[in-house]
Structures are given as structure tokens and as C-alpha cells.
Design a protein around this ligand. Structure first.
Ligand SMILES: Cc1cc2nc3c(=O)[nH]c(=O)nc-3n(C[C@H](O)[C@H](O)[C@H](O)COP(=O)(O)OP(=O)(O)OC[C@H]3O[C@@H](n4cnc5c(N)ncnc54)[C@H](O)[C@@H]3O)c2cc1C
Length: 525
């Protein structure tokens, strides 16, 4: 198959010839919100682009709405990866479109207070609201982002919204990237109806129409460089069934190379290139919005696995509050949960009778989740182990534990306000409360590994943006310090956690990265 002449579709393993060499202006490693948006934007400007994606191309025709099947097809590490504490589930994409294919599609602009903090505390330049707003406007249009309308509220969302109002907490309709939503509830298994506006159905097809070549099953390996300039990317062609290297390879020659492999992977990829010595901050300042959950049992059917996950969000406690310099409460966003039956069974605590008693009532189970805004002084680190494997280290420091605990106290209160008859904290102890008067039981909660079951769907940092090569990895132009034509465009450049769901921030940052890359292409480097 001649890749130079084939048009308008994603290339897959069977299309490649062993040993082939392809040339392009910009080679982008990763096809998620960061990489796909960058490809779309660069092709808006007429640039020749190749996107490498290690995972497969899984369009709607290859989806089956079965949670375990789709977890294997769409999630990095088949959804089984954990941080080094072994009880934080590390969730990321491994397919064309990256995590956006299984995300919830909540689409927030970066909060102004976060942009202010990035500017004041980290000296961020070129990424303030006036720089980002045109990108937000454009992306919101392309992804049909709009506030969740009433008909997309499921029973759990309605109860969540009512309880938010009766507790007088501040809440909001969650902005959604959807078009003609079929309310199937299978957002985390990939949308069979192409209604969720993932990168696979938005920026990727636009980029392809504009001339980009998107290579699935193509894992970037060694960067071949000369004097601070990357010349080539060596690529392993992946066996799409077994998701491992097939033994066949190809090479991409490019004027510019952009790493957009996601928050769990970009810093690791650069470490694999032996760059840690040159860039000591690589992997550091890693955030992941650790997410604590509670499950709750109602008298009536909730069917949490239908309609959209989060139509209403509670931002009352998004920012941490302090009294006399001591932390008092807050530091997280609250949302209704959405788990399909098999995933629910997998994360529901307890074994034997306790687990069975809950699962017998699966349709009546609801619950909530909190995204914690990572504490700047207690951030994690992406590391490379002696055997070359990646480690996601997260310390769960003292203040982080306090914030997690407070988020659980608020979630328990919220679920009882929603009308739950019983609430269970997601963690190995399976602590159950029968009324809000039993809140003291949370004093027994082990705030250590396994005490809580946590999810980490929003990785950031590891290639922090800044001026000083000792404390950052890329400059404000997204270029890796000390390199002429190597850039990073994804959440790994964030100086700290983005506070809210990050996809729209990642995409807007890619618009800025595209401008800087255009300058490099036009002006030389
Ligand atoms: C269950 C879930 C729900 C979520 N819901 C929301 C939400 O509602 N709103 C929101 O804003 N965010 C949400 N997120 C987070 C959001 O999806 C991610 O932050 C975002 O999609 C990340 O985009 P990215 O481009 O940085 O990385 P990714 O999407 O992870 O893309 C990186 C891609 O690079 C590929 N790659 C890695 N290494 C290589 C290599 N060496 N060669 C080739 N390819 C490589 C990976 O396979 C991957 O496809 C959710 C995440 C999860 C897991």
C-alpha cells in the first residue's frame, strides 16, 4: 500500500512496510487531545504532519459497549495500571484519539484562578486567558461544547443537583462535548453513536482531510539526533492483537518532533531517551487529580450506567479553605459517578456476602466522586525503574490526606441528602454508614495504600513549563530546553494540576504550541 497516495483514513499495522522511511515537516507522538489538536491546528496552516499512535484505531464499528472488552481495547495497560501505592488506578488512552475516546467529555475552560497561579507562582508566559480564549472559542465550536441540558440528567444527576441545592452548595451544569447524544451511558467504553465529540471523531478526521497522515499501531522509539536537533524517530510497528512490538520497524524523518504522549507517558518517553541527566526536572511535579469515591444504596432504581456521567458538578469546594493558616475544608470538585455493572463490581469494596448483597441491588446503587486539586508541595513523580519500566509515584502527603478525607465527609453528607439509605466508602475496609450520624466511622478510615480505592484519570506535569532548565523541562514555547526542534504538547507541561477536568486546557495549549512550532518552522532554529 502506498502511504503517500492513500487518503482520508487512519493507517494501520497491515499498511506498513518493514524498514520504510517517511518524511514530514512535523512528527507528533500521540493522538490524544494534545497530539490530535496540534495536528489539526498545524494542518490548518498547511503543514505536513505525521501522527504516530502506538495503540489501535477503534472506530465505532469496532466497539461493543461491553465494559471489560472495551477496557482492554481502549485503555493503556488495559486499565489495570496502578500507581506505586498499588491502589490508585492509573487511567489513560492507548488508541487513536487517546483518552478522549473513553472520557466523560466534561469540557471546562481553565479557571482564571489557576491561570493566575501559573503566572504568579511559576512565571508562566504566553498562556493567559487572552492567549487561550480564541482557542477555547474555536474548540468549543468544533466539539459542540454546551451546558448539559435537562434531558441528559439521569436519576443520579437529578438527585445530585437537588441535594446540591438543598445543601446550598454552589453547583453548575457541566459543559459537555457531545452532539445528538443517544444517552447510552457507555462514554467510558467509547461512544458507539459517535455522539461524544472525542478526538477520533473531531480533530483527527479534520487533520486527515487537511493532509495529515495518522499512523496507528506505530510506537515511537529512539530519537536519532545530532547536536541538539532530532533528525529521525524510529518506530516499532505494533502487533495490533497482542499490543506488543511486531519486530517490524519504520523510520520518520522530520523537521520538528513533538511529544504528545499524555501526562503519564511524555516525561517517561524523554527519560527513555536518556535525557534525565540533562533535564533533572523530568518526571517531577507530577499531578493526577486523585479521585476518591463513595457508593450509595437507594430504595429506588438509579441505573447509574445510563445517560451521561456528570450533568451537574459541585464547585462549592473546588478551592481549599484555611482558618488561621490551618486547612479547614475543600480543594476538590464533586460529581456524580458513572460505572457500568462490571466496573462497578470491580471497584465495589468487600468480598463474599457483603459484595453480593450490594451487587444484588446493582440498579439501586449510585455514588459520587471527587477530583482533588493536587497540593503543590505534595506532587508526585514519574520515574524510570532499573528494568526500564515506568513508575507512577505519588506520595499522598499529609495535606493531601486531609483533603481526601474532607472530600469523603462531604460526599457521605451529599449522598444521604440525595436520599441514600446506606453509603460505602470505596476502599479495602468497605466502611458502611447507615445514616449521617455515623460519620464518626470515617475516623477509622486508613488513609494509606488500599485504605482508599482511588482513580487517577487526569495526569499532568512531568515536563513542567518554565524558564529554568533545572526546575522545568520545556520553555513557554513548548520547546524542550537545550533542543532545537523537540517540543511537548500535552498536560505534562502544566506547572501544577489544572484543578478542573483538563481536556479543553490541553487542546488550547496545543493551539499555542502550534503557533510556536510555526515560528520555528518559518524562522529556522
Ligand atoms: C475515564 C476517564 C474519564 C475522563 N473524563 C474527562 C472529562 O470528562 N473531561 C476532561 O477534560 N478530561 C477527562 N479525562 C481526562 C482526559 O481524557 C485526558 O486528560 C486527556 O484526554 C489526555 O489527553 P493527552 O493528549 O494529554 O493524552 P492521551 O489521551 O493519553 O494521549 C496520548 C496518546 O499517546 C499515545 N502514546 C504514548 N506513548 C506513545 C509512543 N511512544 N508512541 C506512539 N504513541 C504513544 C498513547 O497511546 C495515547 O493514545 C478522563 C480520563 C479518563 C481516563
Amino acid at each position: 500500500m502506498n502511504i503517500e497516495t492513500k487518503k482520508e483514513r487512519v493507517y494501520e499495522a497491515a499498511d506498513y512496510q518493514d524498514g520504510a522511511v517517511y518524511s514530514t515537516q512535523v512528527c507528533i507522538i500521540g493522538s490524544g487531545c494534545g497530539g490530535a489538536t496540534l495536528a489539526k491546528r498545524l494542518t490548518d496552516f498547511g503543514v505536513n504532519v505525521i501522527v504516530l499512535e502506538q495503540g489501535s484505531y477503534i472506530p465505532a464499528t469496532k466497539m461493543d459497549q461491553r465494559d471489560l472488552n472495551m477496557m482492554g481495547k481502549l485503555y493503556g495497560e488495559r486499565g489495570m495500571g496502578t500507581a506505586s501505592d498499588q491502589s490508585t488506578q492509573v487511567l489513560h488512552g492507548n488508541n487513536v484519539g487517546g483518552a478522549s475516546v473513553h472520557y466523560w467529555a466534561d469540557s471546562y475552560r481553565t479557571p482564571q484562578d489557576k491561570l493566575d497561579s501559573w503566572q504568579q507562582d511559576y512565571g508562566m508566559q504566553g498562556h493567559d486567558m487572552s492567549d487561550l480564549a480564541p482557542a477555547f472559542d474555536d474548540i468549543e465550536k468544533s466539539l459542540n461544547i454546551h451546558q448539559a441540558p435537562d434531558h441528559l440528567f439521569n436519576n443520579l444527576n437529578n438527585k445530585f443537583r437537588s441535594a446540591c441545592k438543598s445543601l446550598s452548595w454552589h453547583g453548575h451544569r457541566v459543559p459537555q462535548a457531545r452532539k445528538h447524544c443517544a444517552s447510552s451511558g457507555h462514554c467510558m467504553q467509547g461512544c458507539l453513536y459517535d455522539a461524544k465529540q472525542s478526538q477520533m471523531v473531531t480533530h483527527i478526521p479534520t487533520a486527515i482531510k487537511q493532509g495529515a497522515r495518522v499512523f496507528a499501531n506505530a510506537k515511537a522509539g529512539k530519537l536519532v539526533s545530532q547536536g541538539g536537533t532530532v533528525k529521525q524517530v524510529r518506530v516499532d510497528i505494533m502487533d495490533s492483537v497482542r499490543n506488543r512490538a511486531s519486530g517490524k520497524t519504520m523510520t520518520i524523518s522530520a523537521d520538528v518532533v513533538v511529544v504528545a504522549s499524555g501526562g503519564f507517558s511524555s516525561s517517561y518517553y524523554l527519560m527513555q531517551q536518556g535525557m534525565k541527566k540533562q533535564l533533572p526536572a523530568l518526571g517531577k511535579y507530577f499531578s493526577m487529580n486523585p479521585s476518591a469515591m463513595v457508593h450509595s444504596l437507594f430504595d429506588e432504581d438509579i441505573i447509574q450506567w445510563r445517560n451521561i456521567p456528570a450533568a451537574w458538578g459541585i464547585d462549592e469546594y473546588r478551592q481549599r479553605r484555611y482558618q488561621q493558616g490551618q486547612y479547614s475544608e475543600g480543594g476538590y470538585l464533586l460529581m456524580p459517578s458513572q460505572l457500568q455493572p462490571a466496573m462497578l463490581a470491580g471497584v465495589l469494596p468487600g468480598i463474599g456476602k457483603q459484595h453480593q448483597d450490594w451487587m444484588k441491588n446493582a440498579p439501586k446503587i449510585g455514588g459520587t466522586i471527587s477530583w482533588l486539586d493536587d497540593i503543590e508541595s505534595e506532587l508526585g513523580e514519574i520515574r524510570i525503574k532499573n528494568n526500564g519500566a515506568r513508575e507512577v509515584y505519588y506520595p499522598y502527603g499529609e495535606l493531601t490526606q486531609k483533603v481526601l478525607k474532607d472530600s469523603l465527609v462531604k460526599q457521605v453528607a451529599l449522598n444521604f441528602e440525595m436520599g441514600a439509605k446506606k453509603v460505602m466508602v470505596a476502599g479495602a475496609q468497605g466502611i458502611e454508614l447507615n445514616s449521617i450520624d455515623e460519620m464518626k466511622k470515617l475516623d477509622d478510615l486508613m488513609m494509606t495504600s488500599a485504605g482508599l480505592y482511588l482513580a487517577a484519570p487526569h495526569p499532568g506535569g512531568g515536563c513542567r513549563m518554565g524558564q529554568d532548565p533545572k526546575t522545568s523541562v520545556v520553555g513557554f514555547d513548548h520547546r524542550v530546553h537545550g533542543w532545537n526542534n523537540l517540543f511537548v504538547a500535552d498536560s505534562s507541561v502544566f506547572p501544577s494540576s489544572s484543578s478542573l477536568d483538563p481536556s479543553l486546557t490541553i487542546m488550547a495549549f496545543s493551539y499555542i504550541a502550534a503557533d510556536r512550532i510555526m515560528e520555528a518552522l518559518n524562522g529556522g532554529y
